[in-house]
Design a protein. Structure first.
Length: 530
């Protein structure tokens, strides 16, 4: 197989254009090419008057060795296709199936890998299945009736189910876990283009079906998935886990318990802390969602002509404020919606989502400011949780139980908005005007404003007066880290902290990859059950 890198083509090119260009780069006849696989596709938008697609291609061709030998370009090299390999089973006796707490990306992928290897895992999810969950979430958005067990944070698929479904990750991947995650998502209903585009996403409208398909696959392979099953306690003896207690009543025996609980499982964090599970507070970031017209973003990023071809444009922005705090965009949703992502009574939190076509009028992202232990009230491992809750209570009060919204220009002035400008709100959930300066302390509001003003230099119109803010974005990542060793276990043997909630991931893909790592750790230790 030959790999071609950095092959550029106009954004309006055809498949035939791609094949002809590949043959030209290889100095070969088009008819000699057996197959072309796109390994990566990205957009080169450095010159707005000449925006290009940049490709990495894997080409199967006649006389491959001769072509490589005569190649005089660094674009061309031989490549060996690497595939993910699950480790062979270990030798220790497995008395009970592995128990996985949580069905977000970490739990689902851990469960699927163990099921495919023959370990018949048991997945326990506190919330309900996707279809029931969607019904309750939509009622909450429409009527404000919050179900604390099933909501945007809790239920089948985890918090990622109600998101844009972004699949970016900066995690290094020598073990090919990232590629395995993308392949699994594509096999279970995701758009095949996620296998090669630079910034892949699935979309909220597609994610639910993908999650259901993975669940069905786990069950078909002998696994078990139980909904409405919150783990309220752990059975621990001699620093080893022996089982999990469900809903305060039923005990399931287990030698391994995978804690894939997600970043919003605050009651579970408290239970673990009371059980003496080693953990520590962790830095994260908080801020507000900001909405702009998607057309404005498209033109700024791509130019007028290319925007019509390339569609909704994403962005990624960072700034180091004068106070030393980082300010950056997070979970940018092109053509998306701001959503009420609350999970506790008397508290309001927001997130962003978009469908596969990213067809909404606005683009939104969280603009967040870094916080850390110096901002918390005490040294407790749960102090970051309390910091989040304080902001969410203030947001709830500010919006009188609805999402508080404010024009950016009014936020700068510290006054409540009276009406929207030219930007129309795209929000899932009830909302009303409020002064978000009463939610964000000045040590965060001032860097936030500084960041928005700086980002105007990168995206024209970013600091426009009538851009819409909504708050509070407090669930960017877990505020705790549950300690684990090189074998991925807690000091309590058999307990595997996993994924975003445990502090080892930062999104769908990295959480899924961590779930795979934990599955590998279990698999290479224990023999298959008889």
């Amino acid at each position: 197989m030959i790999r071609i890198t950095q092959m550029k083509l106009p954004i309006s090119h055809s498949r035939e254009d791609l094949e002809k260009k590949a043959a030209k780069v290889l100095r070969a006849r088009p008819e000699d090419i057996k197959s072309i696989k796109i390994a990566k596709q990205s957009i080169d938008a450095r010159k707005k008057d000449e925006i290009l697609y940049s490709y990495t291609l894997d080409v199967e061709i006649l006389r491959e060795s001769q072509i490589i030998k005569r190649a005089k370009s660094s674009q061309i090299s031989a490549v060996r296709q690497l595939k993910y390999q699950f480790p062979p089973p270990g030798k220790e006796t497995l008395t009970h199936p592995p128990v996985i707490v949580g069905s977000g990306p970490a739990g689902l992928f851990c469960g699927l890998m163990l099921a495919q290897a023959g370990y018949r895992p048991v997945l326990l999810e506190r919330g309900e299945d996707v279809d029931s969950r969607r019904s309750k979430v939509e009622r909450f958005w429409r009527e404000g009736v919050l179900d604390t067990g099933t909501n945007v944070q809790f239920g089948e698929g985890g918090a990622g189910t109600f998101s844009d479904g972004k699949l970016n990750t900066l995690v290094k991947d020598p073990g090919m876990r990232n590629q395995k995650v993308l392949e699994i998502l594509a096999e279970h209903g995701g758009d095949p283009e996620i296998l090669y585009v630079q910034k892949p996403h699935i979309g909220t409208d597609v994610l639910g079906q993908v999650v259901k398909n993975i669940r069905s696959h786990i069950i078909a392979l002998g696994g078990t998935v139980r909904f409405g099953s919150q783990v309220t306690d752990l059975v621990i003896q001699d620093k080893r886990v022996l089982g999990a207690v469900i809903n305060g009543q039923e005990t399931i025996p287990a030698q391994q318990v995978v804690l894939a609980v997600g970043h919003s499982a605050r009651d579970t964090f408290s239970m673990l802390y009371e059980k003496g599970i080693p953990m520590a507070q962790k830095a994260f970031a908080v801020g507000l969602r900001i909405q702009h017209p998607q057309k404005m973003l498209n033109v700024s990023q791509y130019g007028e002509r290319a925007a019509e071809i390339l569609g909704p444009a994403p962005y990624k922005l960072t700034w180091q404020s004068g106070s030393g705090r980082g300010v950056y965009s997070f979970c940018m949703c092109p053509g998306g919606y701001v959503v009420d992502a609350s999970s506790q009574p008397g508290m309001t939190a927001v997130n962003g989502m978009s469908n596969h076509d990213r067809g909404g009028k606005n683009g939104n992202s969280a603009l967040i400011v870094t916080v850390g232990p110096k901002d918390y009230q005490d040294a407790s491992p749960l102090a970051g949780v309390e910091f989040q809750q304080k902001l969410e209570r203030l947001a709830y009060a500010c919006g009188e139980g609805k999402i508080p919204v404010q024009l950016y220009g009014d936020f700068k002035k510290g006054v409540c908005s009276r009406e929207f400008g030219d930007v129309e709100p795209q929000i899932k959930g009830r909302y009303q005007f409020g002064n978000l300066r009463s939610v964000m302390p000045e040590c965060l509001s001032l860097p936030f404003i500084e960041g928005v003003e700086q980002f105007e230099g990168k995206i024209k119109g970013f600091s426009r007066y009538d851009s819409i803010l909504a708050g509070v974005e407090s669930r960017t990542s877990s505020p705790v880290r549950i300690h684990r060793d090189e074998g991925l276990q807690s000091q309590i043997r058999g307990l595997y902290p996993c994924g975003e909630g445990a502090g080892y991931a930062g999104g769908i893909t990295s959480a899924a990859m961590d779930g795979i790592r934990v599955a590998e750790a279990i698999g290479k230790t224990y023999a298959l059950p008889k």
